[in-house]
Design a protein around this ligand. Structure first.
Ligand code: AKB
Length: 316
């Protein structure tokens, strides 16, 4: 059977670029983008788009049947900072959407599921540096708890019902095409916008807060590659650690100053600092490398120059 993709939550930061990459991989007519609202991005005027609430199983099923979908990428979620403000809604969205899609796969209505997890599954008792694939996981945020629970359910559905579900733990994702929303790592995108537009930025994390980060192109490639991997090489059915680089806001500011020397940064940590303090500084992704040949391509220097040159082109 040929691959026909539905992306749920396509208008978010990752979904927007994943939609383009999946269309390039499987063909325009084989990729359906959906979200609760259509964003202004041109990406969604170029192919089929459906309005879809990720919490509505009947609507997802109807959409899947209408378009003869084989693979679902479930990108809808409330991220770490927003989820703290609205725990009930975050739990409802993050968990029930996953159950709906896993159950459609269990019922053999769809063949394959991609569901993103996050470095937020780790907590203050996990090793901070080079956090291993398997370790203590005691998340203290609503988002982290929902992602760790989701991971356990993914593995359960795979082991008990044979569901082909695949997942990676995204670090903070840096991109210039669509904005992130509601995350703790969002500063690493905002900083570029303000550096280019205003020449200064007030960071909501402390200067020495080191977090794992990745350029969007690497994140999208990891997502497509794990979905294309042979089923037997995807040995971890909870979620894989993947990694690229780690830096602090101060290190990022210094790298930006190499290109924009007058750029100034100030620090006013807010409630997101408490979340960042419980997350890893760096991630060991050797299991993903061994199982499905994962490795990142973009380093700090390339990311900074890509971000600044593209934002100077589209914003100024
Ligand atoms: C967030 O900051 O909440 C997300 C994530 C790391 O999952 N970007």
């Amino acid at each position: 059977m040929s691959t026909k993709v539905l992306i749920i939550g396509a208008c978010g930061q990752i979904g927007t670029e994943l939609t383009t990459a999946l269309r390039n991989t499987y063909g325009f007519s084989n990729v359906i983008a959906s979200d609760i609202r259509k964003s202004e991005s041109d990406v969604f005027n170029q192919g089929t788009f459906e309005l879809l609430d990720a919490r509505d199983k009947d609507a997802i099923k109807a959409c899947v049947e209408k378009h003869k979908i084989t693979d679902v990428y479930l990108m809808a979620a409330l991220l770490s900072a927003t989820a703290e403000k609205n725990p009930d809604f975050a739990w409802d969205l993050n968990m029930n959407s996953l159950f709906h899609v896993l159950n459609l796969a269990k019922e053999k209505v769809i063949q394959k599921v991609f569901w993103p997890s996050s470095i937020a599954v780790f907590g203050e008792n996990s090793p901070k540096k080079n956090t291993p694939q398997h370790t203590i996981m005691e998340p203290s945020t609503v988002y982290g708890i929902s992602k760790l629970s989701g991971e356990r359910w993914c593995e359960y559905y795979h082991k008990n019902y044979g569901v082909d579900v695949r997942s990676i733990r995204y670090p903070g994702i840096i991109s210039w095409k669509a904005n992130p929303g509601g995350g703790t790592t969002d500063y690493a995108v905002e900083i570029f916008h303000e550096a280019v537009q205003k020449g200064s930025y007030t960071c909501f994390l402390r200067d020495d807060t080191s977090l794992p980060m990745m350029f969007m192109d690497d994140a999208v490639r990891a997502t497509i590659n794990i979905m294309k991997a042979e089923p037997e090489s995807v040995k971890v059915r909870s979620s894989y650690n993947i990694a690229a680089i780690s830096f602090t806001p101060a290190e990022l500011a210094t790298a930006i100053q190499q290109i924009i020397p007058e750029f100034a940064i100030a620090y006013e940590p807010d409630s997101r600092q408490k979340i960042a303090d419980t997350w890893p500084e760096s991630i060991d992704d050797s299991t993903a490398t061994a199982d499905w040949n994962w490795s990142h391509e973009f380093d700090m220097k390339t990311i900074v120059s890509e971000m600044i040159s593209n934002l100077q082109r589209v914003l100024v």
